[in-house]
Write a protein that binds this ligand. Structure first.
Ligand code: HEC
Length: 235
């Protein structure tokens, strides 16, 4: 009996020491095979099987000639085992009151004043290069820590935030939006999100406090230029 327990425990510890750690399902599989193998081994000969089951039988039947400690352990096991199983079953069947996953509006309607805005910098195509240069300066001074130098939302700080910073390469962000909407999001950030977008806990700063309107329009233009997306228009 002690040998069997020793072998199973030894293999379990060995498996748990494997690096990188094995997934639970694999550990479960190996351990099931180990237990089956050991059971096959001890059940081949009658006398081995008898040696193996005797301590278990004695334990559950109880023997008068054992000391008080043994009796105590036996009592604890007999009481705790059913309680433990009952607790497990209770946890499985008890209804869950967790609220369903939150519904969030990812791109909420912007305030009315924003919807008609056009990027004023686009009216001066001869200065396009200068504006892109300004936009890149703004981006690498302010945005890439979160949104990443590849515009994929994987900046150094990105791991710290839930919601993650927007991935501008993804077809679901600026590719779907008008420049005025993006400008509004850059200007008002997380604090500017309306009620239907909460709880958002967005870390996106409110850039209108820190950047001029020209800088904000320029960085928006730069994002479209770098990602290759075209801003949505009404036409
Ligand atoms: C502190 C981290 C952080 C910095 C710095 C940051 N952002 Fe963000 N940004 C976020 C997070 C988080 C989101 C996603 C949540 C949201 O939409 O508010 C986001 C969202 C956005 C969106 C919305 C995209 C969409 O699909 O609605 C735009 C546009 C944006 N950021 C532009 C910028 C620009 C431009 C800068 C630099 C001037 C910048 N961000 C700097 C964290 C940051």
């Amino acid at each position: 009996m002690a040998k069997v327990v020793g072998v199973v425990a030894g293999i379990y510890i060995l498996i748990r020491f494997v690096q990188p750690p094995l997934p639970f399902s694999l550990v479960f599989m190996y351990m099931s095979l180990t237990v089956i193998g050991v059971l096959v081994y001890v059940s081949i000969y009658d006398d081995v099987w008898h040696d193996f089951t005797l301590p278990i039988e004695e334990f559950f039947r109880g023997r008068a000639d054992r000391g008080a400690v043994w009796k105590g352990i036996r009592l604890i096991v007999l009481v705790i085992l059913p309680l433990f199983i009952g607790w497990g079953v209770y946890n499985k069947v008890k209804p869950s009151y967790n609220p369903p996953a939150e519904q969030r509006v990812v791109h909420p309607a912007p305030p009315f004043e924003v919807t008609g805005l056009n990027n004023p910098l686009r009216l001066r195509p001869e200065k396009y290069k200068d504006y892109i240069k300004l936009g890149s300066k703004v981006f690498f001074q302010n945005c890439f820590y979160c949104h990443g130098d590849r515009f994929d939302g994987a900046g150094h700080f990105a791991h710290g935030f839930n919601l993650p910073p927007a991935n501008f390469m993804d077809a679901g962000t600026i590719a779907q939006l008008q420049e005025s909407f993006v400008f509004w999001r850059v200007s008002t950030g997380g604090p500017g999100l309306p009620a239907e977008s909460t709880p958002w806990n967005s870390a996106m700063p409110k850039w209108e406090d820190m950047l001029s309107a020209e800088e904000r329009w320029a960085v928006v233009m730069y994002l479209y230029e770098q990602t290759g997306w075209k801003p949505r228009t009404w036409q």
